[in-house]
Design a protein around this ligand. Structure first.
Ligand SMILES: CC(C)(COP(=O)(O)OP(=O)(O)OC[C@H]1O[C@@H](n2cnc3c(N)ncnc32)[C@H](O)[C@@H]1OP(=O)(O)O)[C@@H](O)C(=O)NCCC(=O)NCCS
Length: 224
């Protein structure tokens, strides 16, 4: 008697479990999602709305291919793709030769968060030292770029802060850059991060000598 009661109990428990499993399976089939898939979706969702897991490091010569790719992407964003005259080799020589002309930081995401095209280098900041007769040592930020699918996750701010930190290490008093007039989004980004637009207050124009005009100027330099 005891034995049969025991078996009845076991059968009931097992049947309840099977019913529960069946119910769960039915629910999964109805929604087309398993709890694992749901967890994955939830993780991706949280990831999208949290700050991106990325690291910022000093660029090395081997990064020039990716930096060049992003320079071209930035020129497309700025609607002037024909303006990029340099090559990957120029970057290698000018940034990583004996007397580097610029420094560069690269923002990198882990493999599992790579871009749709399989990129892990997703942003860069390229800058050089300058000198101000008012403020002394300063940093000139030439490019700041984050690939579109990685924007709005704190990477641009991370890069900008790192450039500032590098500048402070070099005892620079100023971090300066130019931004296109129509690039309201970038202008607002800089302002939100504490930049002051001195275009009006200092009434400055950005002046450039290049191409034949620069050649002429140099060729007409007084001879020693
Ligand atoms: C401009 C750019 C570098 C910013 O990088 P990002 O990774 O998208 O920006 P972040 O996610 O780091 O933004 C950080 C902060 O700035 C704010 N911010 C970003 N874009 C903003 C905007 N358009 N207006 C106001 N605030 C902005 C964010 O809200 C965030 O603030 P929080 O920390 O208080 O939340 C990036 O959008 C980009 O590459 N744009 C295209 C290229 C470009 O214009 N480069 C600049 C050329 S001069």
């Amino acid at each position: 008697m005891r034995k049969s009661l025991f078996f009845v109990c076991i059968r009931n428990v097992l049947s309840r479990q099977t019913k529960a499993t069946r119910r769960q399976k039915r629910a999964e089939n109805a929604s087309g999602l398993s709890s694992v898939s749901l967890r994955r979706i939830l993780t991706s969702f949280l990831f999208l709305f949290s700050n991106m897991n990325y690291k910022i490091r000093a660029a090395v010569k081997e990064d020039c291919k990716e930096i060049y790719r992003m320079i071209v992407e930035l020129s497309v964003y700025e609607k002037v793709p024909d303006k990029v005259k340099i090559t990957q080799e120029d970057l290698e020589r000018d940034g990583f030769g004996q007397n580097p002309f610029f420094e560069c930081l690269v923002a990198e995401v882990p493999e599992e968060h790579k871009s749709k095209e399989g990129r892990t280098a997703v942003g860069y900041a390229l800058y050089a030292c300058a000198y101000s007769t008012w403020n002394g040592r300063s940093i000139c930020l030439e490019d700041l770029y984050v690939m579109q699918e990685f924007r709005g996750k704190g990477i641009g701010k991370g890069l900008l802060r790192k450039v500032a930190e590098e500048g402070k290490k070099k005892q620079c008093q100023k971090l300066q850059l130019t931004v296109l007039d129509w690039n309201k989004s970038a202008r607002e980004f800089y302002a939100a991060n504490g930049a002051v637009d001195i275009t009006e207050s200092e009434g400055r124009h950005v002046i450039s000598f290049h191409g034949q005009n620069l050649d002429n100027l140099a060729n007409e330099a007084p001879k020693d």
